[in-house]
Ligand binder design. Structure first.
Ligand code: AMP
Ligand code: MG
Length: 649
């Protein structure tokens, strides 16, 4: 008995891990478990309905205008009296005693041969059927006017109900109330409307490593990005968010928090803890929160495979993957439509443009893949540049203009294919200047000057070689590079192809970095320091990736030596500094500004040349000229010098 119970539970768990559903199947099952359901509604005064969706159709309780009224300043008349009026034969009408202003109820009628003065918006008096504009009349002696042109019945009259007719459906359920809708409702005297109540969405991050922005970063900790991103995205989609912060991976605490939170909200969204790793608990807890429990755990999406969708006693519980990019894509693609439908909001419409893919983009067969892209103006039309740095990277989201979707059945997108790009913003923003290649903090100083001059600049950090290819394809204006050619023992120039030219940038001093106070390095010259490092078997180095200029320098220094740490080969100057600072290594080679910013000791070795490849065809563009001008500005050069870069002469 007891046995079958336990084994049943184990089977259920295994199933969760083994079944990867397609995106479509996961959505179909999730929707089937959630809908149909009533939309939670509430009454609100008009002013507080702004931005909310109407829960029911609103019918007009009155006619607008409520009475026949004049559209002009003039005289209420009987059209038949003026049938024969002309310039040659003006017709005289006797003026009635009353004057009808806005808000005046007419007391007497308009008899044949008479006219009553009336203001724009004044109610039509009994007997009158048209208005003569004051401009088409002349005053006469003895309370009379002369009319010089004929008119037809109904002229300049708005009839009751001609704008809005009583009983007509004014606004349909699901319409989001904006200022125009508020205007229509107000015109009918509607003071309260039934609107879909905002969904109460609780957002909670999980992970021992998470720290909230504003708090100090402990060793091995990272800032919680998902909590703030998901909260903001829920609010952007009309939800009311309670963000509960980040919870450590503690099953009892997490379960208690999830139960209490779910009771008080319509939806619970967690992130992290959904893979198979140590500390991944949330999906297990979800199974105990209510029926039917987990609907999908593992969806054929990239990024976003560990997504977990559950329904607990009618309420959706969603566990987004931990990596922020994965969390965002799955949230926007699969969760936003569900939340909007639950809230009675219309579907979100994303703007799309068509763009060319510059190179072959491989994709995993069997998973729907989302690839973020930056749009640049290519030689003919837009080019969509994949910007992904992997699902662990956050910056790609801010730099990207949108994304492309690669269907599960495709294993790549061929170079040069035209694809639809879903935009993150309503319009394409094509920048004035596109810089693709190796990044340098010195570049930020130059770009900053351009921004202040009102130019928009897009910089994509794809490394020197990536920049050169982009320049060759004419997709950027400038490609910053720092490539060392061991044959000619020179930088950059040997790598340039046809149609490209080199503009000198600056030099970056490279040197040995170490923690200040380390006697093996402090106050020594490079050869002595290296000798001490190699002589100490406890001394650990950090290397650089094959192909980087710094790596060539390191290999020259080491000769045939292979000290401990040689196989740790990060791809950036900053990663070398971080490894030494955090004591994962004792020394490495990086550039002076990075060493200085990290507070590390520094022994200068050699200068690296950081130069700019220009695409000759695009050289005359004003933004490129502005870049060249900025390079010559004395204040930019001073700032570069201050930051530790020396301008090549
Ligand atoms: P997990 O799904 O918990 O195994 O997390 C996968 C990865 O995402 C790990 O590198 C986590 O540190 C990271 N991660 C999880 N939650 C967050 C978060 N709220 N903000 C930023 N990164 C996160
Ligand atoms: Mg975790």
């Amino acid at each position: 008995m007891t046995n079958s119970h336990t084994s049943g539970r184990r089977d259920a768990r295994q199933e969760q891990f083994l079944t990867i559903l397609s995106r479509e199947e996961a959505l179909t099952r999730f929707e089937a478990a959630l809908f149909p359901r009533p939309i939670p509604a509430e009454e609100r005064v008009l002013a507080e309905a702004l931005g909310l969706a109407l829960a029911a159709d609103v019918t007009a309780p009155i006619d607008v205008p409520p009475f026949d009224r004049s559209n002009v300043d003039g005289f209420a008349v009987r059209a038949a009296d003026l049938a024969a009026a002309s310039e040659m034969r003006p017709i005289r009408l006797a003026l009635n005693a009353e004057t009808i202003a806005c808000g005046t109820v007419p007391q007497s009628g308009v008899l044949a041969g008479t006219a009553t003065p009336i203001a724009t918006g004044g109610p039509l008096p009994r007997g009158a059927d048209a208005i003569v504009m004051v401009e088409h009349t002349d005053p006469l002696e003895g309370d009379a006017i002369e009319v010089r042109r004929g008119i037809s019945p109904g002229q300049f009259v708005s009839y009751a109900g001609s704008d809005i007719a009583r009983g007509e459906v004014l606004l349909r359920a699901g319409t989001v109330v904006g200022s125009r809708e508020i205007g229509m409702l107000a015109a009918c005297g509607v003071a309260h409307v039934s609107v879909a109540r905002k969904l109460r969405v609780a957002v909670l991050s999980t992970g021992n490593e998470l720290v909230q922005p504003g708090e100090a970063l402990r060793p091995a900790a990272i800032y919680d990005a998902n909590g703030p991103i998901v909260s903001a995205a829920v609010a952007e989609n009309g939800g009311e968010v309670s963000f509960l912060g980040a919870f450590p991976d503690d099953e009892a605490r997490l379960e208690a928090a999830m139960r209490a939170t779910l009771a008080a909200h319509d939806v619970l969204i967690l992130s992290g803890g959904t893979s198979k790793g140590v500390g991944d608990l949330s999906h297990g807890i979800v199974g105990r929160l209510g029926k039917p429990g987990v609907i999908a755990h593992g969806v054929a999406l990239k990024p976003g495979k560990p997504l977990c969708l559950a329904v607990c006693d009618g309420k959706p519980v969603i566990i987004l993957p931990g990596f922020p990019t994965s969390a965002m894509f799955t949230f926007h693609d699969m969760i936003v439509p569900i939340l909007r439908r639950m809230a009675g909001l219309p579907r979100r419409v994303d703007a799309q443009v068509s763009a060319k893919i510059p190179f072959r983009v491989p994709s995993e067969l069997g998973r729907t893949e989302f690839v973020m892209v930056s749009l640049v103006e290519g030689q003919d039309g837009l080019t969509a540049y994949p910007t992904g740095k992997g699902s662990g990277a956050i910056t790609s989201f801010a730099q990207a203009d949108g994304f492309i979707r690669i269907e599960a059945l495709a294993d790549h997108v061929p170079a040069g294919s035209e694809v639809p790009v879903t935009l993150f913003t309503p319009q394409v923003r094509v920048p004035d200047l596109v810089i693709i290649g190796s990044h340098c903090t010195g570049l930020d100083l130059v770009v900053g000057a351009l921004f202040r001059a009102g130019l928009s600049v897009r910089t994509l950090a794809v490394g020197s070689l990536g920049g050169l290819s982009a320049a060759q394809r004419g997709e950027c204006d400038i490609a910053p590079i720092h490539l060392f050619d061991p044959k000619t023992l020179s930088y950059n120039a040997p790598f340039l192809g046809d149609g490209l030219e080199l503009v000198p940038g600056w030099r970056r001093m490279q040197g040995l970095v170490f923690r200040a106070g380390d006697e093996r390095f402090e106050a020594r010259d490079p050869q002595e320091a290296l000798g001490a490092a190699l002589a100490d078997p406890e001394c650990m180095m950090v290397n650089r990736n094959q192909g980087s200029g710094t790596r060539i320098l390191i290999d020259q220094l080491l000769g045939s030596a292979r000290p401990d740490g040689y196989w740790n080969q990060p791809r950036s100057h900053n990663a070398v500094a971080a490894a030494v600072m955090q004591k994962r290594a004792d020394w490495g080679v990086t550039i002076a500004p990075v060493a200085r910013a990290a507070g590390l000791g520094f022994i200068p070795l050699a200068e690296e040349h950081y130069d700019f490849t220009l695409v000759s065809m695009r050289k005359e563009r004003p933004a490129v000229q502005a870049f060249m001008d900025a390079l010559r500005l004395p204040e930019i050069n001073a700032a570069l010098g201050q930051a530790g870069f020396s301008r090549a002469v």
